[in-house]
Design a protein around this ligand. Sequence first.
Ligand SMILES: NC(=O)c1ccc[n+]([C@@H]2O[C@H](COP(=O)([O-])OP(=O)(O)OC[C@H]3O[C@@H](n4cnc5c(N)ncnc54)[C@H](OP(=O)(O)O)[C@@H]3O)[C@@H](O)[C@H]2O)c1
Length: 252
Amino acid sequence: MSSSHQFQTTAVVTGAGRGFGSAIAAALIDQGHQVVGVARTAGAVADVHRRLGAAFVPVAADATDAETARTLIEQHQPMVLVLNAGATPAIGPVHEQSWESFSRNWQVDTQHAFHWIRAGLRHPLAPGSLVVAISSGAALGGSPLSGGYSGAKAMIRFLAGYAAEESRRAELGIRFATVLPQLTPATDLGAAAVEAYALRQGIDATTFAAALEPLLTPAIVGAEIARLCRDTDNQDEHRVYQLTGHGLHALA
Ligand SMILES: NC(=O)c1ccc[n+]([C@@H]2O[C@H](COP(=O)([O-])OP(=O)(O)OC[C@H]3O[C@@H](n4cnc5c(N)ncnc54)[C@H](OP(=O)(O)O)[C@@H]3O)[C@@H](O)[C@H]2O)c1
């Protein structure tokens, strides 16, 4: 029996080398998916492969590359695509940023979402497939010490909405969900931000993090994204959710 026959469907998760991405991969595998996990660091995706076993297919690649997006979509024809890859923002107030540092998350997070969503529409994902775009709670309230991060993440939400409309117009049957996680110190990216915002307020990171409780953990992110993927009853073309330690909460 070929390996593809052992699994219900294939999911692709970008940024699967650590943090939210590896937890999402684990939860989707528990749910019976094969997961193609993409990150640039070969050692990180190899570690995840060792931990999760044969159901995790490690791919060491830059998810901002348009050709990578096209090839992996054509090769694996995923029914679930989780666009989670993201750069750690350059920390500092606006006057200490350069344009290069300010635009880092546009170059990585937004660019990758653009290429994968575009490829998913042009080499269309199958009817009934689901694209989950990971934005951020910062897209609602701003993030003054994180350069252009909040704007880049807001654009990802818009992008998913634009794509959902094109899917509807062309009757492609591809569904989109945008998820806005709350800040958490539980990952490398979140810990760096918590440290910076705590310092700005003149308090320590533990005190700052206490105000975020119940903390969002990678395990909660994984479980909630997997729950979203199970929910085939909801046929809305574009759903938007905040994600906190209490779980998913639909935005109107
Ligand atoms: N943690 C939070 O508080 C928080 C809150 C709201 C939203 N988010 C969002 O949630 C997502 C995951 O964050 P996280 O906290 O889990 O971050 P993380 O622990 O830093 O993990 C980020 C992952 O993305 C990968 N990545 C970065 N650039 C990439 C690229 N060009 N191509 C492929 N993979 C790339 C990284 O691997 P390589 O470096 O090896 O490529 C890593 O596997 C991000 O989009 C982030 O903005 C996080």
